[in-house]
Design a protein around this ligand. Sequence first.
Ligand SMILES: *[C@@H]1O[C@H](CO)[C@@H](O)[C@H](O)[C@H]1NC(C)=O
Ligand SMILES: *[C@@H]1O[C@H](CO)[C@@H](O)[C@H](O)[C@H]1NC(C)=O
Length: 416
Amino acid sequence: KMALQLLLRLAFLRLTATATATAGPTVQERGFRTLPAAAWPSHFDLNWLPVQETIQIPNNGSAPLLVDVQVFVSNVFNVDILRYTVSSMLLLRLSWLDTRLAWNSGVYPRRAVTLPWDSLWTPGLTIQEALWVDWQDQSPRAQVDPDGHVELYLALTTETNCDFELLHFPRDQSDCNLSFYAFSNTALELEFRAHAVNEIVSVKREYVIRDLKTQVPVQQLVPCFQVTLRLQNTALKAIIALLVPGEALLLADVCGGLLPLRAAERIAYKVTLLLGYLVFHSSLVQALPSSSSCNPLLIYYFTVLLLLLIVSTMETVLLAALLARGNLRAKGGPSPALRGERQDHRDSEPNPEAPSRRAKGSGRSLAEAADHVFFLVYVVGVVCSQFIFTGLWMWATCKSDPAPGKAVPHGGQPRL
Ligand SMILES: *[C@@H]1O[C@H](CO)[C@@H](O)[C@H](O)[C@H]1NC(C)=O
Ligand SMILES: *[C@@H]1O[C@H](CO)[C@@H](O)[C@H](O)[C@H]1NC(C)=O
């Protein structure tokens, strides 16, 4: 808003200047503020000039004006990984020297005066990553001391976009940038020197700030300073709510392999597990963010889990079908008396090891042997998949694709 007003004012000035100075030289915005009064056309109304002069940027010879910025980060209250945004509350303390505002303290003995921000030059700041910025004080006041040191406090709440690195979600850590630009001045007139102070006292947060840095990018056309927040996810919730149920389901599925293939409950058991897992999976996929590159490893992990459960259920169904076919064939062959005998023995003696039955139950023992082998392979596969994932979790890093604005030859920031 400040920047807008300043711009409006400037635009208005230009308009007046060009309208009244048709005969004079064309007035350029940059030369404008250092233009001596004598250069103005004689019929130009000079009455406003002393007033307007104080809202032009203070001159520091050939060097840019140095503005000292202290950034107090007082809260980071909403980290939304699904929308890739982070909300924060900051307090900026800007200080610079404007000798035009100095006064003789012998004549006017005061330690400091307070001036409305629009009566003097202040840098207009724009945050590049912001979705919205709420400047809490619409008309902040600046403190000026007798030497002309100006001090201005700006409190703001902002929601900014941040590319979280979620590969290791829920143990992720990301750097989020807040780039402050002063678009109404050029880098030749204005330079920032920034420091950041972490003033967060609240600990009841999923994401905590592990580090806070500021930097002033070099070779920018527009004066700029950047605040980088290093956010770390400390939440146990995702581990408790996602990993534990997933592991428990997998374990339950492995245990289901211990049920005899002939028991009808086995298919019911596995299908129930699979159904339960599908419900869990769909809610999980909604809870995890996705992106064009570097998706969370957990998404792959849970998909592999789903595939394992499906394979184990299909194995049970197929071998049960084989067993049923073997039974049918066996039922067709032997005499009714023998069949009845076998029927009697089935419940009391589940292990068909008797040599008399081996010929008839060949299909069955084949199915059971296959089931046994599959069970061993499955257990080994499950254990291996867990180890592979642990290894991936520890060693995997992900390099995001280059940003579209930086990849194309004509994208990116303009450079000096
Ligand atoms: C003017 O520029 C010099 C050199 O960069 C710097 O040391 C000094 O602090 C600046 N003065 C103001 C008022 O910014
Ligand atoms: C933040 O800014 C730094 C320095 O300009 C840059 O190297 C880094 O890639 C930026 N980080 C993000 C997440 O944009």
